[in-house]
Unconditional design. Structure first.
Lengths: 272, 270
């Protein structure tokens, strides 16, 4: 236990010994230096005149945006429907693709831990680390703007997430059940269907709903790069500085996010 | 039990369904099918355009084999540096702010008014996506990394405060009680009774958030909030797939490195 000698010879407890104290101090010093450097960089790239003006601008935008233009909602039903479709169909395609990837990536079901598992893990990392907006940007260049590009973008982005959660669930299954099915003389596919799938089905359903919730959020902004949905209206309203429309769209997005989170929480609560 | 057994005996075993109630199962199935048909029929796909695009898709995939790091090296370097700088600064500030808010949002240590205010901040921050916050902040503060930095800090607060508060609510009360019984002041109580219990998870979550912040910083450039996104967008617009592939590869490598680093750190603190 680290102790410190007081001036009158008594000993007092302290939290760290000398080496720990110094290394702690050095870490704080390095951390602070890095942060100051970063802040300097940001500060140099900022036009501070605009920042000092910010409260006035914010106030100006707010007064322009209020009240929302409620009549504009007539033109929003179609984009809302598109947004819902992008999220739902994208999630379904992602799940269809994520299941095989998950089985290939899980240590206990992969056919080859040396060759196939790293490939499956690479797919998971690569699709997960790139944001759906970037995928949308890429797909628009390839297959043209529209809802279809959005669906595929959401699907690709979600593969990694779903496959990661699924393969972790597969690795955590109870091996004795699988063994029991194997002992009855079941084939490889029967073991899969009766030993593994029933164990991961709840986590599969949970993952699906969870990802659907996230995808609703993401699909609302995909239109900013031209991939369909309500983001398209948001982007055109922003470009024409139609702030009352912007505020209405933001309100709708907020409601959509809250509703989808509520639905996903309810469904997951019912499953688990 | 015997009734149940008698009912089951002599019948072929069937797998129990995921949803027990029959009407709910059917209603969900039929409802989903109707929705699915309606959704698929409303999606317009221009297949000839897709077919034309396949060449470009192939070109892009091939570009991953020959990424071009060199011809736009300075743009890529500056964009990446800006992304990393935004990530670090926003993570530091976001974590620093989310600790008091997380303390306030934990029902077992905060009084009700503080709790409600903090939960409200968390809810607002979680409901607004990064990119929308970034659009608004760019409109207010002008183009540049400051808007991106503020966006990421704001998003970090919602994420980290919520999880920290949940962790504090789930902590062991007796340890905190023991510290309190020794006559500790409020700050000492937090520092010695609460903080050691939540620290490992806080560090893990912070590392995870750094990872997310970096990934998000890559897209903030699309709306003018600084970072690599602007360079990436330009590369796509000019069909310079080899440069775009180079940027994506760098992003993936940095994300993987961050995940690896956070794995090491989490293993050390737990």
């Amino acid at each position: 236990m680290p102790v410190n000698s007081l001036s009158d010879g008594r000993k007092a407890w302290q939290r760290r010994n000398r080496v720990q104290t110094f290394s702690q101090w050095a870490m704080w010093l390095i951390g602070t230096a890095v942060f100051v450097y970063c802040w300097q960089h940001i500060s140099d790239a900022t036009t501070w005149f605009f920042v000092w003006d910010a409260p006035k601008i914010a106030d100006d935008i707010l007064t322009r945006a209020m009240p929302p233009r409620w009549s504009y909602i007539d033109q929003l039903w179609d984009p809302i429907w598109d947004t819902l479709n992008i999220a739902t169909l994208g999630t379904m395609i992602a799940l269809a693709l994520a299941v095989p990837v998950a089985f290939l990536a899980a240590r206990n079901t992969t056919p080859s831990a040396l060759l196939i598992r790293p490939i499956a893990l690479l797919i998971i990392v690569a699709t997960r680390s790139i944001n759906s907006l970037i995928w949308a940007l890429l797909l628009i260049a390839i297959i043209g703007p529209g809802v279809f590009a959005g669906i595929i973008a959401i699907a690709i982005r979600s593969i990694g997430f779903c496959a990661k959660l699924l393969y972790e669930a597969i690795e955590e299954i109870d091996a004795t059940q699988v063994e029991a099915i194997t002992a009855t003389g079941a084939s490889r596919w029967q073991v899969m269907a009766y030993g593994i799938v029933p164990q991961i089905l709840p986590s599969f359903a949970g993952t699906a709903v969870f990802r659907w919730d996230i995808n609703i959020r993401e699909s609302t902004v995909l239109g900013l790069v031209g991939a369909g949905g309500i983001g398209l209206q948001l982007s055109s309203s922003l470009n024409t500085l139609a702030w009352p429309q912007v505020s209405l769209i933001l309100l709708i997005i907020l409601v959509a996010v809250i509703v989808s989170e509520w639905v996903s929480a309810k469904v997951r609560g019912a499953i688990i | 039990m015997s009734d149940e057994l008698a009912a089951v005996l002599g019948k072929r075993w069937r797998r129990p369904p995921l949803i027990r109630r029959r009407w709910l199962r059917w209603a969900l199935g039929v409802g989903f099918l109707v929705y699915f048909i309606a959704a698929v029929s409303s999606v317009e796909v221009n297949w000839s355009r897709v077919y034309e695009g396949l060449d470009r898709g192939a070109a892009f995939i091939l570009a991953f084999a020959t990424p071009d790091f060199a011809s736009r090296a300075t743009d890529i370097w500056e964009g990446m540096l800006e992304s990393l700088v935004m990530t670090v600064a926003a993570s530091v500030v976001g974590i620093a702010i989310s600790i008091p808010i997380g303390l306030g949002a934990a029902r077992n240590i905060a009084p009700l008014p503080v709790y409600l205010v903090c939960r409200f901040i968390v809810a607002i921050s979680r409901a607004l996506q990064e990119i929308i916050v970034a659009i608004l902040l760019v409109a207010i503060f002008g183009f540049g990394p400051l808007a991106g930095f503020l966006t990421l800090s704001f998003a970090t607060i919602g994420f980290l405060s919520k999880l920290l508060a949940e962790d504090i609510e789930a902590m062991d009360r007796s340890q905190a009680e023991a510290i309190k019984a020794s006559g500790a002041r409020w700050l000492q109580w937090i520092n010695y009774g609460v903080q050691p219990q939540v620290m490992p998870r806080l560090i893990g979550l912070s590392m995870y958030r750094v990872d997310i912040n970096f990934r998000e910083s890559a897209i903030l450039g699309l709306v003018g909030a600084g970072g690599i996104g602007a360079t990436l967008n330009t590369a796509f617009d000019r069909y310079e797939y080899d440069t775009a592939a180079a940027i994506l590869i760098i992003i993936i490598v940095i994300v993987m490195a961050l995940e690896y680093l956070s794995g090491i750190i989490r293993a050390r603190v737990q």
